[in-house]
Design a binder for this molecule. Structure first.
Ligand code: NAD
Ligand code: DAU
Length: 351
């Protein structure tokens, strides 16, 4: 029975990964180490908390003693490190915590794994550290081109700089100690349980509460949207089949400008929920500092080596996502506050 230490498993992608893995495999054990910051929410994991193969530990990946204790207690085979401060706007306002968790937390996990996995004859077989990174480490593209695994790293925000620093340290542990590692770099995820500070759930929430929809700059920045379950499938493949020391890019082949996303969400909610939700809510606001213009991913490597491709087309994925938020008012009520809760509060009061 393989034991996975999943960090940040109460967040958006980590919780989806844990649920995906426990549904797929009955012969694995998952230890979820999460600090439960504002972004961590155990409600994301309801339903699996009674699974005997699942254990939750509240704690910080920077806490060396705690991480060592977990290695002593459980024979850990894989670390899948999702734990991070993940929001670019917060990193612009408050960069230090990004360096602490994203860089120092990563090195704490690496050092502990090295201590327990390294023998005189090298690393124990079938152990692996997987770093969940981001396409933002590559910086920004112009109108054409794609990020490949060999594109030079050129991050711009404190968030992406912290993720790039972590990637370089992970790579150094492979180059120097031959520690078994993989790094995955994916594009913008979307789907259920994403905290409503990120563009798609923020738009849904603001529309439902008749709040302005803040569009940074000219609204023509481009992101490549990846459905979260497709991402989880890719990570599973990288863990089980990824070649040692390799980086794998993961993208959705869904490039959209931000204003296209805004219009898609307004249209759906206008037609299906409330005709008062219209484009009049759109408000162009000051651009994000250092705002990357375009991200797009070349996924040839993961496709050719591991047979992965994104299965969910955007029309299906965005419909599922919007409907999930509509169907889960309690979750939204619990993670929002003040006037941004009105819609969900009214739903209860009217029941
Ligand atoms: P999230 O913000 O939703 O969740 C992060 C989780 O990490 C939370 O549960 C939080 O409590 C936990 N955490 C934070 N600091 C911690 C610490 N010091 N110790 C232990 N736990 C801690 O993030 P997400 O969107 O699920 O992203 C997961 C990973 O994927 C991150 O590493 C992020 O950089 C990367 N990523 C995200 C996206 C995306 O679109 N969301 C895209 C590319 C890469
Ligand atoms: O590309 C992968 C990255 O995607 C991840 O590494 C990050 O963890 C994740 O947060 C995400 O970063 P972005 O900055 O691309 O995502 P965000 O949802 O914050 O913004 C998406 C785009 O929308 C971006 O161009 C900024 C714009 N935006 C965002 C918000 C929150 C707006 O125009 N208005 C907004 O209110």
């Amino acid at each position: 029975m393989k034991t996975y230490l999943v960090t940040g498993g109460a967040g958006f992608i980590g919780s989806s990964f844990i649920i995906y893995m426990l549904n797929k495999y009955s012969d694995i054990r998952i230890i979820n180490l999460d600090k439960l910051t504002y972004a961590g929410n155990l409600e994301n994991l309801k339903g699996i908390d009674s699974n005997p193969n699942y254990t939750f530990i509240q704690g910080d990946i920077c806490n060396k003693e705690l991480v060592e204790e977990l290695f002593k207690k459980y024979d850990i085979d894989y670390i899948v490190n999702f734990a991070a401060e993940s929001h670019v706007d917060r990193s612009i306002r408050e960069p230090e915590v990004f360096v602490n968790t994203n860089v120092l937390g990563t090195i704490t996990l690496l050092n502990t794994a090295k201590k327990f996995w390294e023998t005189e004859r090298g690393f124990k077989e079938e152990k692996k550290y997987i770093q969940i990174s981001t396409d933002e480490v590559y910086g920004s593209l112009g109108q054409t081109g794609f990020f490949g695994e060999t594109t030079p790293i050129n991050p711009h925000s404190p968030y992406s700089a912290s993720k790039a620093s972590a990637d370089l340290i992970v790579k150094a542990y492979f180059d120097t100690y031959k520690m078994p590692i993989n790094i995955t770099r994916c594009s913008n995820n979307y789907g259920p349980y994403q905290f409503p500070e990120k563009l798609i759930p923020l738009l849904i929430n603001n529309c439902l509460n008749y709040k302005e929809l803040p569009v940074y700059g000219d609204g023509l920045n481009i992101r490549d949207w990846l459905y979260v379950e497709d991402h989880c499938k890719a990570i599973d493949l990288v863990i089980n089949k990824g070649k040692m020391g390799q980086v794998y890019n993961i993208g959705g082949h869904n490039e959209k400008t931000n204003i296209e996303i805004v219009n898609i969400i307004i249209k759906y909610l206008n037609e299906n929920v409330d005709e008062k939700i219209t484009k009049s809510l759109i408000k162009y606001v000051e651009d994000r500092k250092g705002h990357d213009r375009r991200y797009a991913i070349n996924t040839n490597k993961i496709k050719n080596e591991l047979g992965w491709y994104p299965e969910t087309n955007f029309e299906v994925g965005i419909k599922n996502t919007i409907e999930w938020y509509l169907d889960n008012p309690k979750w939204m009520y619990n993670v929002t506050s003040g006037e941004y809760q009105n819609y969900y509060k009214n739903m209860y009061e009217n029941k």
